[in-house]
Design a protein around this ligand. Structure first.
Ligand code: ATP
Ligand code: MG
Length: 343
């Protein structure tokens, strides 16, 4: 390395990748971040074996031949999505042994672009989810207003419950979204109310008595006798168990059983909710906590699901610094374990 390079030692610790190449496009210098990213043995390799993007290679030519600088966006799709803003500029004449050199700065914007994409996907999903019930409400009201039901009281009586049902659906989606965004904002704030999970679970089971009876599903609660407390937010924890019991019922046939067990282990309080339902395939398990994800949208339509329940559960669990694991087998059932730190 020449003297000038030693002088600009700050390049070494820069979080962005920096490469300096000579007139044969061979890499004469790579800082630590570049070696971490592109591999430790990139020095002396040709730049075209590291980056294959034609616009970047032609910008490098332009810098070498015409002393021109340029900034470009580079998107790499495989094996993983990556996005860089790359600045290419001619280096000072005495930077490398050989007089011509080009400095390349890579600014890694992958995380920012990913978040942007997540946001726009989310808006698209929300719009889609709200548009479906809205269309059906509009159609119903039009039929009553100036369609075939305008003067037909009997038809109106048939249409109105559908309109009401779709209105409730929209209301539920909006409430769930508000709940999700509130929890997300507060995820870093650890709750400090001292709560008894056994009582919370009993309360949540109580709230489901009617629907359990209707589906002839038994909900067995094997609770630990000790009076263990955790730091928690009572209302949010009720929301967790409501969602999990609700799923246990929705994704099970009639006459099945849901078993909820609690036990304390070292400094943790373990809750498991096990059903004998339709189960989730291995490849779908990591996806079920994503917003709006449903394994079978037709089934969800039938049982009434938006795909926000487990996303809400995941955020509340995170807020409580607890861990959630899902294990499941198709047609056998699903078991969700929650591991809470105790006080
Ligand atoms: N206990 C379960 N057994 C089988 N599949 C499940 C179970 N729990 C969740 N799933 C699957 O995961 C998907 C996502 O669950 P989630 O609770 O987030 O949404 P949902 O139940 O469809 O709607 P919502 O909870 O918003 O009313 C469900 O649509 C279903 O396909
Ligand atoms: Mg659900």
């Amino acid at each position: 390395m020449n003297e000038l390079l030693k002088e600009i030692k700050f390049l070494e610790d820069l979080p962005d990748q920096v490469l300096i190449i000579d007139k044969f496009k061979s890499i004469g210098y790579a800082n630590k971040a570049a070696k971490n990213h592109f591999g430790s043995s990139i020095v002396n390799q040709n730049i075209s074996s590291i980056v294959r993007d034609p616009s970047l290679l032609s910008q490098i030519d332009d810098s070498l031949e015409n002393n021109k600088s340029g900034i470009l966006d580079i998107e790499i799709k495989k094996p993983n999505f990556q996005f860089f803003k790359v600045s290419v500029m001619p280096g000072p004449s005495n930077l490398l042994e050989d007089s011509n050199s080009v400095i390349i700065f890579f600014k890694d914007l992958t995380d920012i672009i990913k978040v942007q994409k997540l946001k726009s996907d989310f808006v698209a999903n929300v719009s889609h989810e709200l548009r479906t019930p809205l269309q059906s409400i509009k159609l119903g009201l039009e039929t009553i207003n100036n369609g075939h039901a305008a003067k037909d009281l009997e038809s109106q009586k048939k249409i109105l419950p559908v309109v009401l049902q779709q209105t409730s659906r929209m209301e539920n989606i909006v409430n769930d979204l508000l709940s999700l965004s509130r929890i997300e904002l507060q995820e870093h704030i650890r709750p400090n109310e001292k709560v008894n999970l056994n009582d919370i679970i009993s309360h949540s089971i109580e709230l489901h008595q009617e629907i359990l009876k209707k589906n002839n599903i038994e909900c067995q609660f094997e609770r630990e006798s000790k009076n263990v407390k955790i730091n928690g937010d009572r209302n949010r924890l009720i929301e967790v168990f409501n969602n999990l019991i609700d799923n246990g019922i929705k994704y099970s046939e009639k006459n099945k059983k849901i078993t909820i067990t609690t036990k304390s282990e070292n400094k943790n309080f373990l809750v498991t909710i096990k059903d004998q339902g339709i189960g989730i395939s291995k490849e779908n398990i990591p996806q079920v906590t994503e917003r709006f994800f449903r394994v079978d949208p037709a089934k969800s339509k039938e049982v009434g699901g938006t795909g926000l329940g487990l996303a809400i559960v995941k955020h509340i669990v995170n807020q409580h610094r607890a861990e959630m694991t899902i294990s499941s087998e198709i047609n056998k059932g699903t078991e969700i374990s929650l591991n809470f730190p105790t006080i």
